[in-house]
Design a protein around this ligand. Structure first.
Ligand code: G3P
Length: 221
């Protein structure tokens, strides 16, 4: 399972990229709204692509098909490698169909059920983003929905890649990988949490202490 970082923050993205653990970035209008308002969106997107270079999802904010296609064209004029993120609404599906006809990669977002995922795949989505945390927030089972989707993908041999999105904690990463998601897009904070283990820290502390002790002993011989 590949890891993407779900962020529009340049410092976070730069650090995650330096660690060598991410192959892409997903953004959305809410993430972009948290960043420096003096920077145009296209500048932020271009900087992110310079840093990571892999997958970069950029979301449209129109809700009609023609508007979404126009926005997709605009995004691609700044960044031809962008994947166009389209909301899971009927007009969005029609936009996905058209963009797929033009061989433009799409990521259908705000997907909360297996039937929505199937519709997105049939419209020609390259990626389908299942929102785990937001399902959990309303008392549903995000990972349960993801498992159903992966079972359908397996039985039907569907090729659209599944992104586990709205990831809130490291166990979402574990369960998404176990379920067979192709990608998890993870907020920076959760990505960092997922790297930590108290036994790693304690073990390293002991190794460093013992190495220093041995250096001292060698010097005093
Ligand atoms: O980028 C889409 C998704 O990952 C958003 O997550 O935490 O706002 O539900 P969240």
């Amino acid at each position: 399972m590949q890891l993407f970082v779900d962020s529009a923050n340049i410092a976070e993205i730069r650090h995650a990229a330096e660690l060598g653990i991410i192959t892409g970035v997903t953004t959305n209008p809410s993430l972009l709204a948290k960043e420096d308002p003096t920077q145009p969106v296209e500048k932020i997107i271009a900087t992110i692509y310079d840093i990571v270079g892999g997958h970069l999802s950029v979301e449209v904010v129109s809700t009609d098909t023609d508007g979404m296609i126009r926005e997709a064209e605009e995004i691609l004029s700044w960044l031809p490698e962008a994947t166009i993120k389209i909301p899971m609404i009927p007009t969005g599906l029609a936009a996905v169909r058209e963009l797929s006809r033009r061989e433009i990669p799409t990521n259908v977002t705000l997907v909360f059920s297996p039937t929505q995922a199937l519709a997105a795949a049939n419209a020609g989505a390259t990626y389908v983003s299942i929102f785990l945390g937001r399902l959990d927030d309303v008392g549903h089972d995000g990972i349960g929905v993801l498992r159903q989707v992966m079972e359908i993908w397996d039985v039907q041999g569907i090729e659209s890649e599944i992104i586990a999105a709205s990831v809130r904690h490291p166990m979402h990463i574990v369960e998404a990988a176990r379920a067979g998601a192709h990608i998890a897009t993870v907020p920076y904070k959760v990505l960092m949490q997922s790297l930590k283990h108290p036994l790693t820290d304690a073990g390293l502390e002991a190794f460093l202490r013992d190495a220093a002790k041995r250096r001292q002993q060698t010097l005093s011989v």
